[in-house]
Design a binder for this molecule. Structure first.
Ligand code: GNR
Ligand code: NI
Length: 167
């Protein structure tokens, strides 16, 4: 087991699109375990492989209070979505920034687990928002990119200042 380094926005590697997984081997299972360990250690409610510089369509989520409801999604696809959410988001790659961005309130997702078994998940609330947030990461999109250019500029300045202070 290993916790992996999480890329920080702005980093060009966060904009690399992930490729679909075609081989469900031990290497993929190990990456899925390390991704989950990294998410729990952070702590976060989700993590995309993109954030640890692995550009494969793999995400993990656990929005449970007891941290015992891990869901691993490989090659996730949203097949239906309903409504509008107003949940405030954060991102481990954009620490200290919290904003509401346009998301569906409920989604039906088709994905494979780490063994290559296909399944469908119906999600709502935080789980639904989290899955959409992680799927954006796989496409190279970070949630702050939904915000105005002015807000994005302010966020980059704030992150640069955080980085200077921690150095
Ligand atoms: O830990 C996280 N919290 C969160 C809160 C609301 C909506 C989405 C998220 S995902 C985030 C972890 C992360 O950065 N995943 O990519
Ligand atoms: Ni994120």
């Amino acid at each position: 087991m290993a916790t992996l380094n999480i890329l920080r926005y702005p980093d060009a590697r966060l904009h690399k699109p992930a490729v679909p997984v075609t081989v469900f081997d031990d290497h993929l299972k190990q990456l899925a375990r390390d991704l989950a360990e990294t998410m729990y250690a952070a702590p976060g409610v989700g993590l995309a492989a993109t954030q640890v510089d692995e550009h494969k369509q793999l995400i993990v989520v656990d929005v449970s209070e007891r941290r015992d409801s891990l869901v691993t999604l490989v090659n996730p696809r949203i097949v239906e979505s309903f409504g509008e959410s107003d949940i405030e988001e954060g991102c481990l790659s954009v620490p200290g920034i919290f904003e509401v961005v346009p998301r569906a309130e409920r989604v039906r997702v088709r994905a494979y687990d780490a063994n290559g078994t296909i399944f469908t998940l119906e999600a709502q609330g935080l789980l639904a928002v989290c899955i959409q947030h992680e799927m954006d990461h796989l496409e190279g999109k970070v949630f702050v990119e939904y915000l105005s250019q002015l807000k994005q500029t302010r966020i980059r300045a704030k992150l640069a200042k955080q980085l200077r202070k921690s150095a």
